[in-house]
Design a protein around this ligand. Structure first.
Ligand code: PLP
Length: 397
């Protein structure tokens, strides 16, 4: 019979995908399910980006490209890093892959082996720990709850570092918590890292453009150039430009690491899609003004969801600085009895109850390594969010 390799045998099927599949099945049966599970913007890819893809096809850019990015896209990324993050990279320090997820995968495959440790502040995007495990490394999960603003502290970082530490993984704004690190939040962590030269820093800035109010986005390398020889700064076009299906992510980092990542990529995908790369050039070099408009629309929805959740007895939602998720505490709900007499004892049971009885699909904190919480992705129509909040309120009563 079938026997999986040991490197994947400890990895379960993503809870997010399971909930999504159940919700989709309920919808097919005619139930009015509102799905607040998916991690993608509800906007369309802007027309000028689609046009660039069409133009690329017309031009015949339909063949394999350079292994880890076309010269045109690497140049656009170099300019982006300079313009938005005040970081200067050489083309040989830039890599492009089929989504930021493949960037993470390439980097871990190129650097992490059996017993190597990767420090992951928790709650975390599920793929982080799964990718580390596929590489037979050891995720070191450091709980950072709502009281600490879902942020890692210098004390916790210091305590987690061992001689086997390979990477610290940072993600700001965060999926799932929406929490972001200001320059002041980062400083003590960078000081710890300066004292531990064997620890490399993998930074996931995917949600850079989705920050609210007067929050100022920064990336660690901008604050601490002395970390340059061991920092990989990851970004992508999926979230900012509503391009999740185009599958383009990129990173800037030390040349030797970038080269090793290209080795992994050369045997996995050969190169990212030529057409998507042309589209990504247009995204990075084209007009950027719509980003602020879209973020403003996300901010209205964030405020609606945070105030709606906090009005419900038993829930407690911190106001996120960015991304399009809320990560709300649901400890006050645990112990309550459902109308059909079952006691809710975990965030997973709470989310199952919301799906089955209230027709609202959300993801339990357990899927992101921290309980009792649940994540809402509010990149959905405001009308749907209002109905979902009413249903959650009624279900909690
Ligand atoms: N990083 C974070 C924190 C994410 O939430 C996601 C997508 O959900 C990604 C990376 C991957 O993005 P992509 O592979 O679409 O570039």
């Amino acid at each position: 019979g079938f026997r999986p390799a040991s490197r994947i045998s400890s990895i379960g099927v993503s809870e997010i995908l399971q909930i999504g599949a159940r919700a989709a099945a309920m919808k097919r049966e005619g139930r009015p399910v509102i799905i607040l599970g998916a991690g993608e913007p509800d906007f369309e890819t802007p027309d000028h980006i689609k046009q660039a893809a069409w133009d690329a096809m017309q031009r015949g850019d339909t063949k394999y490209t350079a292994l880890d990015g076309t010269p045109a896209l690497k140049e656009a990324i170099r300019t982006k890093f300079q313009r938005e993050n005040h970081l200067s990279f050489d083309a040989s320090e830039i890599t492009v892959a089929t989504g930021a997820k493949q960037i993470l995968f390439n980097a871990m495959m190129a650097t992490v082996g059996a017993g190597d440790e990767v420090i992951i502040p928790t709650p975390y995007w599920t793929s982080y720990s799964d990718i580390v495990q596929i590489c037979e490394g050891k995720p070191i999960l450091v709980p950072c709850d709502a009281d600490s603003g879902f942020r890692l502290t210098a004390e916790k970082l210091e305590a987690a570092i061992t001689p086997r530490t390979r990477w610290l993984l940072l993600n700001s704004p965060s999926n799932p918590s929406g929490a972001a690190y200001s320059a002041e939040d980062y400083r003590p962590l960078l000081d710890v890292l300066l004292r531990h030269p064997h620890v490399w820093i993998m930074v996931d800035d995917m949600y850079e453009h989705i920050v609210y109010d007067d929050f100022r986005f920064v990336t660690p390398l901008q604050l601490e150039p002395r970390l340059r020889e061991r920092t990989l700064t990851i970004n992508g076009v999926s979230k900012a430009y509503a391009m999740t299906g185009w599958r383009i992510g990129y990173a800037g980092g030390p040349k030797a690491l970038i080269k090793a990542m290209a080795v992994v990529q050369s045997q996995a995908t050969s190169c990212p899609s030529s057409i998507s790369q042309a589209a990504a050039v247009a995204a990075l070099n084209g007009p950027q003004d719509f980003l602020a408009e879209r973020t403003e629309s996300f901010r209205r929805r964030r405020d609606l969801v945070v105030s709606g959740l906090n009005a419900i007895d038993g829930l407690d939602c911190r106001t996120p600085e960015g991304a399009f998720y809320t990560f709300s505490g649901c400890g006050g709900i645990l112990g309550r009895i459902t109308p059909d007499g079952r006691r809710i004892t975990t965030d997973r049971e709470f989310c199952a109850y919301l799906l089955e009885e209230a027709d609202v699909a959300v993801v339990p904190g357990s899927a992101f390594g921290l309980s009792p919480y649940f994540r809402i992705s509010y990149a959905s129509a405001e009308a749907d969010l209002r109905v979902a909040l009413e249903r959650i309120a009624a279900a909690c009563r």
